[in-house]
Design a protein around this ligand. Sequence first.
Ligand code: HEC
Ligand code: HEC
Length: 220
Amino acid sequence: MSKQRTTRLALAMAITLSSGATLATSPATSHTPEEYESRIQKAMIDSKTLAASAHAGKRAAFLCLYCHGEDGSSVQENIPNLAGQNPVYLLTQIEKFGDGRRSNEFMSGLIKSLKVEDRVSIAVYYSTMRPNTPAATDANLIEHGKKRYQATCIGCHGPKANGTKAIARLAGQRVSYLTEALANYRASKSPRTDPVMTTVARNLAPEDIPAIAAYLSTLK
Ligand code: HEC
Ligand code: HEC
């Protein structure tokens, strides 16, 4: 991000934070994957509870919309869409930013300030949205990406790239974010590392990465 951009962000966040955010007094404690899942299940147990969770999540997500967009479709390159993402995956990533397993200079502090119930309702809210960012249009690139995706990624991320509760949905994700995430796994750059994804990314030819990202951006 450019210096100017950074200053604008810091400013926007200071304004946001001073305009009445309910901040937690102490950071939430970490939980196990089973706990993340059961929290999400409880928050989505029936349609009424789901609607209430999503409503609460939309309110709590006002700290996030400057970057992730009003409805979870990112407004900038390199920032992921959260719309349509699997709720357990989302909550897991939020917790990772909260406890330092993942970090981002602009976001980690914001996430640390969220109460447990807000983390859960935000994850539910975004999972009910649909991503809506520009898709790639180069037909040859998309075709190559489709072949490579189907040969290498389908077993975990699924035939339609919908992922699972533990594995990210990739369908409709921003090209720049996918490209950067794959490059980071390939380089095994701390603080986000994953042994499985590092092996997968290292086995790709360099030209596969933009192609797969282009293909994934076209899936809805
Ligand atoms: C200043 C911009 C900014 C703000 C504000 C922001 N984020 Fe982010 N977010 C990012 C960036 C950049 C990434 C990618 C970071 C990375 O992968 O290292 C990201 C990644 C994420 C991810 C991981 C998505 C994935 O596919 O793995 C989640 C979840 C997330 N943000 C949630 C939130 C929530 C919840 C809020 C509000 C409390 C928020 N973010 C506010 C910039 C922001
Ligand atoms: C053996 C299972 C497995 C295979 C095969 C696999 N992935 Fe993954 N992928 C994962 C897991 C697990 C994660 C979450 C890792 C984490 O938390 O950092 C992930 C995360 C990702 C992410 C980050 C998503 C986000 O929202 O931040 C991208 C991008 C990705 N994979 C792309 C791919 C592509 C492209 C392929 C094929 C070339 C592939 N993966 C093959 C298991 C797999």
